[in-house]
Design a protein around this ligand. Structure first.
Ligand SMILES: Nc1nc2c(ncn2[C@@H]2O[C@H](COP(=O)(O)OP(=O)(O)OP(=O)(O)O)[C@@H](O)[C@H]2O)c(=O)[nH]1
Ligand SMILES: [Mg+2]
Length: 474
């Protein structure tokens, strides 16, 4: 069980620095389900008007919170708009931390529009994207990294991403930040206890200083471990980038289509068919991959082709795995060395294609250092082996650390700033080249910076940017 499950979400990750943003006072409304025809649509209301709406719309008294009621939705003129189910949530039991009302109506966009319009006429305001979650944050129902986890949870497209987002929403990262906070606070206490402020650090006992150094080193190690999880987190969130590269006509597009089991890319016997890259999601052995088919590499014949090839090379440079597709029966113009200028051997699988045309005399020449597989994108021969090789490569890409948290760019940049600050403190402590006041002040600054992850440090522009990535109704 997470520590936060014991502490409760309100206490998780909150440092002593208070959020100064004020909770909202108006009542917001939005469609919480996708727009379009469906069995049911959910309209969500949050704010102080929620309670009186029940009396006005459903003409109902004597109801209980968190119970589902079936009723006619009557508009402001008393006309029936639909038969709906509604539930009221009192503020301490709602998602946003405010009084809330959820109305399930029939999933007809016309009905939804009428209900939204009526709720506006009754004093509600249409919500901005992410405003419900922003209110949950402002009312201390969740912290900022839990709010991000909501977004990750909605968009997770593979099991691992889902599991990490779910843990993060329960407070896994918040708890870790809370631990780091405690480490910093302990260091602050140590500095005050161990160091004689009037005499300066040169007067300190060796054991006191070495204890401070050891704690800072431990803290730095923790922060670096978290930072190192960023690239794995990105791979889990966005998919592992697999780039098909090779000469024109080698069969890259045919291979893409075979792997996806659909005609995604155009295939033709004319060399130079694929101009711009094509990407597609693909699940291989439980891993979520993003496959990229690219323009064939050769001396470009025109400006358009040159641009396509530049894009191929840009993708090659950033690929997690490269499928180097070669035509077994065509003379090779790309050398292994030339390819390695943009990638590294452990990332590459050399896919020797068109095996259905017979064994090629040149097969296997001078490429023994690269992992290879013989396939036919036409008949499917060898594709299972390719899949296995690809799946085996994926764990090698990871940092070999268990991925405990989803670390995004925002978190990583906070960790980098804290790391820089603490690394400088450490070098000053080691060289006895700092006043205790300076060190204590840097530690307080580090606490403040770290607070940005959970949002215990107020930055309005950053908050607006973060919540604008949500959909309306969340
Ligand atoms: N016999 C045979 N033909 C293949 C195989 N794979 C591809 N081809 C043929 O090779 C030609 C080129 O295939 P593409 O998939 O368009 O090759 P590409 O590498 O995407 O080519 P560009 O887009 O021009 O770079 C087409 O005529 C395909 O039908 C294969 O495994 N066996
Ligand atoms: Mg192609």
């Amino acid at each position: 069980m997470h520590l936060c499950a014991v502490l409760g979400p309100e206490t998780v990750g909150r440092s002593s620095i208070l959020v100064v943003l004020k909770p909202a006072r108006d009542t917001i409304v939005a469609l919480a389900t996708p727009y379009g025809v469906a069995a049911i649509a959910k309209v969500r209301v949050s704010g102080p008007l929620s309670r009186e709406l029940i009396q006005g719309i459903f003409l109902k008294t004597g109801w209980s919170p968190r119970h589902v009621y079936w009723a006619d939705f009557r508009d402001i003129h008393g006309r029936k708009l639909d038969e709906v189910c509604w539930v009221y949530f009192e503020n301490d039991k709602s998602y946003t931390g405010e009084d809330g009302l959820e109305i399930d109506c029939h999933g007809n966009p016309l009905i939804v529009q009428k209900i939204l319009k009526d709720l506006e006429q009754r004093g509600c305001r249409l919500a901005e994207p992410g405003e419900f979650t922003k209110r949950a944050f402002l009312n201390h129902k969740i912290d900022l990294c839990q709010a991000e986890a909501v977004l990750d949870l909605i968009h997770a497209n593979n099991e691992q991403a889902l599991a990490i987002a779910s843990e993060q929403l329960s407070g896994s990262l918040s708890c870790k930040i809370s631990e780091l906070n405690k480490q910093l606070l302990h260091l602050l206490a140590l500095i005050e206890m161990e160091i004689d402020f009037s005499e300066g650090m040169e007067e300190e006992s060796d054991s006191g200083l070495s204890r401070v150094s050891a704690e800072i080193e431990q803290f730095l190690e923790d922060v670096q471990t978290l930072q190192a999880m960023q690239s794995d987190s990105e791979r889990v969130r966005k998919g592992i980038k697999v780039v098909l590269i090779g000469e024109p006509n080698a069969g890259k597009s045919s291979l893409l289509n075979h792997l996806l089991q659909k005609d995604r890319a155009l295939v033709d016997m004319e060399a130079g068919t694929t101009r711009d890259f094509i990407s597609a999601s693909w699940v291989c052995s439980g891993y979520h991959l993003e496959l990229f088919d690219t323009a064939g590499l050769r001396a470009p014949e025109n400006n358009l082709e040159r641009q396509g090839i530049e894009r191929s090379i840009a993708l090659l440079k950033t690929a997690d795995v490269v499928l180097w597709v070669v035509d077994l029966h065509a003379p090779e113009k790309i050398s292994t060395e030339a390819l390695m200028a943009y990638t590294s051997p452990e990332r590459v699988i050399r896919v020797e294609n068109k095996s259905d045309l017979g064994v090629a005399s040149e097969s296997g020449k001078a490429v023994s250092s690269l992992e290879r597989v013989v396939v036919s994108a036409k008949t499917g021969e060898g594709i299972d082996v390719l899949r296995q090789q690809l799946a085996a490569k994926i764990p090698i890409l990871s940092s070999h650390r268990p991925l405990l948290y989803g670390i995004n760019e925002r978190h990583a940049s906070v960790f980098r700033r804290v790391e820089d600050l603490l690394a400088s403190v450490l070098s000053r402590v080691k060289s006895s080249n700092a006043s205790a006041e300076c060190i204590a002040s840097d530690l307080r600054l580090a606490l403040e910076i770290l607070g940005e992850i959970t949002g215990s440090y107020d930055q309005e522009a950053m908050l607006d940017n973060l919540f604008s990535q949500f959909c309306i109704g969340k």
